[in-house]
Design a protein around this ligand. Structure first.
Ligand code: 13P
Length: 255
């Protein structure tokens, strides 16, 4: 394992929080909090804040992402947003397959694959989320489940495209619950994902791919989680809405 072969990426997932006006204010605080970081810093905001986020972060080390994308290029899909629309705004990243979308919006492994493919084809970088529920962990199927989710999400994604893919391991039971996976649990599953990537793409691509942990990562536990060999960053919900906490996590990732 060699962490120097891949980028450490700390990404905020703002979820359905902050008006565009509030987003502008938070970004003003985030800019000094993450300045000079020795890792990639991303904020994924609601669609309505993307223009503000792209404008406000110009010339800074903060990159901007969306939280979802539709898989068709255009057409009669009322309320949806295409990858080209995001690219046109200057958006660089997009989250696909977040468990909240799987849980509340009927997202399936197949649609996650379609969204990931569409994002990559348009030139975006995709943060592909996978993770087990509490029941699945208790049933002892975490590794099989995460392998399956990852494998389906990456169907027909080329080795070349993998340079723009991040996998985020987010155990559903740890999201927004304050119940973080232990660093050992996070490492175990992130390592299993990397092993799958070796099978699918070979050692070079697997070692170059960033694998994040997400689920109640905060200023207090980031150091330990990020210290693990296969944990290459974090996807941060609640703590990404507090500039000081997000700054502390980014500092922990910069070590
Ligand atoms: P929390 O950090 O609020 O648990 O959310 C994690 C998450 O879902 C990030 O995508």
């Amino acid at each position: 394992m060699n962490k120097s072969l891949r980028k450490t990426v700390i990404a905020g997932n703002w979820k359905m929080n902050k008006t565009a006006t509030e987003a502008a204010a938070l970004i003003e605080q985030l800019i000094p909090a993450v300045e000079g970081a020795d890792c990639e810093v991303v904020i994924c905001t609601p669609y309505t804040s993307l223009v503000t986020a792209v404008e406000k972060t110009k010339g800074t080390n903060i990159h901007v992402g969306a939280e979802n994308v539709h898989f068709e290029k255009s057409g009669a899909y009322t309320g949806e947003i295409s990858a080209d629309m995001l690219v046109d705004l200057g958006v660089e990243y997009v989250i696909t397959g977040h468990s909240e979308r799987r849980q509340y919006f009927a997202e399936t492994d197949e649609t996650v694959n379609k969204r990931t493919k569409a994002a990559l084809e348009a030139g975006l970088k995709a943060i592909v989320c996978v993770g087990e529920s509490l029941a699945q962990r208790e049933q002892g199927v975490t590794e099989e489940l995460v392998r399956m989710q990852t494998k389906i999400a990456l169907q027909n994604v080329s080795a070349e495209e993998m340079s723009r893919v991040i996998i985020a391991y987010e155990p559903v039971w740890a999201i927004g619950t304050g119940r973080t996976a232990t660093a050992e649990q996070a490492q175990e599953v992130c390592a299993a994902i990397r092993k799958l990537l070796v099978e699918l793409y070979g050692e070079t691509v697997a070692q170059a791919t960033t694998i994040q942990y997400g689920g109640s990562m905060n200023a207090g536990n980031a150091d330990e989680l990020l210290g693990k060999a296969d944990v290459d960053g974090g996807l941060i919900g609640g703590a990404s809405l507090k500039a000081a906490d997000f700054g502390t996590i980014v500092k922990a990732a910069s070590k």
